[in-house]
Every structure is written in structure tokens, then in C-alpha cells.
Design a protein around this ligand. Structure first.
Ligand code: 16G
Length: 282
């Protein structure tokens, strides 16, 4: 997705490279990392750096500008935290964040893979843990099984069009998925393949801030906003087939639920619909 290598340099007939020591300004204009940030901002404002352009590698930038890599790293980190740039592990630094937010439906029991594919995105997964073992007391309570019963643990970084948007930690009874290595791109496909497709789920959402390690994985600033989601999904016989706890980047997703009055005018979870609500809905 992040395509063009931005020389960030010769665009629009300009003949001088953007990243030159003399473009950083003098000492009177403040610390070096701030001057480098100003240079990058100016490059964006002038259209020499455009959304999705790749910046030169840290080492290259340091050489071109005659500054230390520490300075370059500090400058880039600050701009990443502001959302001016984004970084991808092992890939580099790019201009901008994708403006489009993904939509996560809250009223249908669908999988990440289905949701992203249906909205024209390319879902991806980076495995962080795929293991099996005896259930801890907490896992046993969540899954409604006995402590020590076998469970499968699947921890994944979920990507959309190559960008990380969520960390998902799923636990599944080993009766449903005995071999974690058998789970491919989609947990729900694996469950369906085992005849263990969930038919109902309860989901809880809460606002949280990202800790250091989660922020690093999600390529976000530590402390930035995220949504913590817990989904407990059930089989037709009422047994739990999945408990997944996730952290979604707060700036990447819109959670969308369709609401309607119940056909008989009676509420469900939230109690009866008020006369005002009924009147305003016509
Ligand atoms: C969604 C679910 C998650 C489920 C996953 C399966 C939320 C918040 N979570 O991400 O509980 O495990 O889909 O997706 O919606 P997969 O089949 O692509 O692995």
C-alpha cells in the first residue's frame, strides 16, 4: 500500500534535495530534532512529500542531513505520535495515516476476515502466540470448563491493508480446536471446519489507553486511545467456544450498530421503549 519511495527531493521541478544539511536551519532555530520535524512538515506542505511516500531509511537520513541517528529517530517518533508519519516494522516510515477508518459491525456475529473482506479491505494476521495447554483458573471460568482442561491460545496482530489495527487474544476449548497449528487465516473458518461455529456472542467494549508493548505492536504512541473488546461466543448448546480479548486502535475503527424498535414496541435489554422515542420514530 505504501508505495513510492519518496526521495522527497526533486518533485515538481525542484532541483534541490529536500534532505540537505543547509535546509535544517541554524542553531538559533532550536534543537536539531525539532528542525528536522519542521523540514518534514515543510516538505509535506510544499507537496514534496505526499501521503504514503516512504521516507529514506533512518541511517540514510542521518547521513544526508549530517545529524545522528538518535536525532532522526526522535524527530520521526514525534511525528509518528502526532499522526503526521506512520511506521511499519521492518518496512520503514511513511507519510500520513490512512484516512479511512474501518467499520466493525456490532450487531452481527461475523469474523474479522469476513468484515474486512466485505468492506473491500485486505485482512492480515501476524501470529504472536499459537499454543495449547491446561486452562488456568481464569480461563476455565471464562470458558465454563474445569481448570486444567486443555485449551488452545491464539494471539494475533490483525492487519488491515498491511497496517496493524488490533491485537486479539483468543482462548478456545481444545475440544473445538485441538491443534493450534491448524488455524490458518481465520479462526471462524477453523471453527466452522470443526462443526463448532458460534451462533451467539456477548461482547463488551471499554475505552482504554495502550501500554508500551501493545502500542509498539500497533505502531501507536504509548498511552494513546484504544477500545478493549471482550467477545464470548457460544455454540447452539450454550457452551462457550471462544473468549477473545482484543485491543483495537482507537483511531482506526468505527463500531457500528443498527438499532430498531422491537416489533411489539417492547424493549429488550434496555427496557421498554419510551413514549417519546416511539413518537419520534413515527
Ligand atoms: C473478530 C472478533 C473475534 C473473533 C475474530 C475471528 C471482534 C471484536 N472480535 O475479530 O472475537 O475471534 O473476529 O476472526 O469482533 P477470524 O475468523 O478472521 O480469525
Amino acid at each position: 500500500m505504501a508505495g513510492r519511495a519518496a526521495e522527497g527531493t526533486m518533485r515538481g521541478g525542484a532541483t534541490t534535495p529536500l534532505f540537505r544539511p543547509d535546509r535544517l536551519g541554524g542553531e538559533e532555530s532550536g534543537p536539531l530534532y525539532l528542525r528536522l520535524q519542521s523540514l518534514i512538515r515543510a516538505g509535506i506542505a510544499e507537496g514534496r512529500l505526499r501521503t504514503n511516500d516512504a521516507l529514506p531509511a533512518e541511517r540514510e537520513l542521518a547521513t544526508q542531513l549530517g545529524v545522528s541517528r538518535v536525532t532522526v529517530r526522535k524527530a520521526l517518533r514525534g511525528l509518528v505520535d502526532e499522526g503526521v508519519l506512520r511506521q511499519r516494522h521492518g518496512s520503514g516510515t511513511y507519510v500520513g495515516r490512512p484516512a479511512e477508518r474501518i467499520r466493525q459491525p456490532l450487531s452481527r456475529l461475523t469474523s474479522f476476515t469476513e468484515d474486512m473482506t466485505a468492506s473491500g479491505h485486505v485482512p492480515g494476521t501476524r501470529w504472536l502466540d499459537r499454543s495449547a495447554g491446561p486452562a488456568t483458573a481464569e480461563e476455565a471460568t471464562l470458558l465454563g470448563i474445569a481448570p486444567g482442561d486443555a485449551v488452545t491460545r491464539l494471539t494475533r496482530l490483525r492487519l488491515v491493508d498491511g497496517d496493524p489495527v488490533a491485537i486479539e487474544r483468543a482462548i478456545v476449548p481444545a475440544t473445538a480446536i485441538p491443534d493450534p497449528a491448524k488455524v490458518g487465516a481465520s479462526l471462524y473458518d477453523a471453527l466452522a471446519g470443526a462443526g463448532m461455529q458460534p451462533v451467539r456472542a456477548v461482547q463488551r467494549l471499554a475505552a482504554v489507553s495502550l501500554g508500551e508493548s501493545e502500542a509498539r505492536l500497533l505502531e501507536a504512541a504509548p498511552g494513546s486511545a484504544a477500545v478493549a473488546i471482550e467477545r464470548i461466543a457460544y455454540l447452539p448448546d450454550g457452551s462457550v467456544v471462544e473468549c477473545t480479548r482484543s485491543h483495537y486502535r482507537g483511531d482506526a475503527c468505527d463500531f457500528v450498530a443498527e438499532l430498531s424498535l422491537s416489533p411489539h414496541g417492547a424493549g429488550t435489554d434496555a427496557g421498554p421503549a419510551s413514549p417519546t422515542t416511539q413518537a419520534s420514530q413515527g
